[in-house]
Design a protein around this ligand. Structure first.
Ligand code: SF4
Length: 282
């Protein structure tokens, strides 16, 4: 990657406020859940401790958004944030983990894989600022979960209703491929997020096979009753699972909204709308 000289701060494309890249916690980025006093996890053990002691989703958002437990991913996300893509060279990059986004008491939990290097790693909001997000948020708007069809940047007015979106791995990985150790470290955040959302959740939508695996692994670790062997991933596959307090929840599979799937027609708008409508009816 070519290293270019950039100003130490650049203006946020919506608010016009100048920020360093990566963005220091509590410096005014729209929707930043953390501040300078938010505790930072620097090992898997610390992730486990900070996740387990988080009392609400806002605390999970804050703590995970400053996490530094995976050295390879911290290095990559910050390198991308400082070198930038040419098209975004005039923008500050978030350069931190992408926390969950959406309602604190969602009926639907959407689980994706990981932030995109120039998407959420730039904008600070999961699935925001890339083609995958364009597809997902347009579908959420068509099916009544979002107040607008686009999600271009934190601070753009987007609000979700009845849904929360999380990533199985919260830092942008090189080549979109997190290592197994990175997936297992970040799973502590995912598990705690699921636990805190469980009272309201009636459906979990897994985007892609890796999110499907991560979802079932998390549910099993949390003591949910899940089928064994675990059901194979497929678009539209719906699997009933049971929470520890004996409530039925549907886990639904969807092809990922990656360009590889949407450009080729493997995933169409109608297919994505169908799984979202199915999730709403559970
Ligand atoms: S991938 Fe997850 S556990 Fe690893 S540094 Fe990022 S937020 Fe922390």
């Amino acid at each position: 990657m070519t290293v270019r000289s950039v100003p130490s701060t650049l203006r946020h494309p919506i608010t016009g406020v100048p920020f360093a890249s990566p963005v220091p916690p509590g410096s005014g980025w729209p929707g930043d859940p953390a501040d300078a006093s938010t505790p930072v996890a620097r090992s898997e053990r610390q992730v486990a401790t900070l996740a387990a002691s988080a009392t609400d989703l806002h605390q999970i958002d804050a703590r995970s958004s400053v996490c530094e437990a995976c050295p390879r991913l911290v290095s990559w996300r910050e390198e991308v944030a400082t070198t930038k893509r040419r098209a975004f060279a005039d923008q500050p990059y978030w350069g931190r983990p992408a926390p969950g986004f959406g309602e604190e008491q969602p009926r639907l939990l959407i689980v994706g894989l990981a932030p995109a290097a120039h998407g959420a790693n730039r904008t600070g909001r999961i699935f925001t600022g890339d083609r995958s997000g364009d597809w997902l948020f347009a579908a959420l708007h068509r099916t009544g979960y979002a107040n607008q069809p686009t999600s271009v940047h934190a601070g753009d007015g987007l609000q979700l209703s009845g849904v929360r979106i999380v990533a199985a791995v919260r830092c942008a990985p090189p080549d979109n491929k997190p290592l197994p150790t990175e997936r297992s470290t970040c799973a502590h955040w995912l598990r705690r997020e699921i636990t805190l959302a469980t009272p309201s959740v009636t459906a979990v939508l897994a985007l892609g096979g890796i999110a499907w695996q991560a979802t079932f692994a998390a549910l099993a670790a949390l003591g949910w009753a899940v089928p064994r062997p675990r059901p194979a991933f497929g678009h539209g596959v719906q699997v009933p699972v049971v929470t520890p307090d004996q409530r039925r929840v549907a886990v639904i599979g969807s092809y990922h909204v990656s360009q590889q799937n949407t450009f080729t027609g493997r995933l169409t708008e109608a297919m994505l709308d169908d799984v979202l409508i199915t999730a709403r009816s559970t």
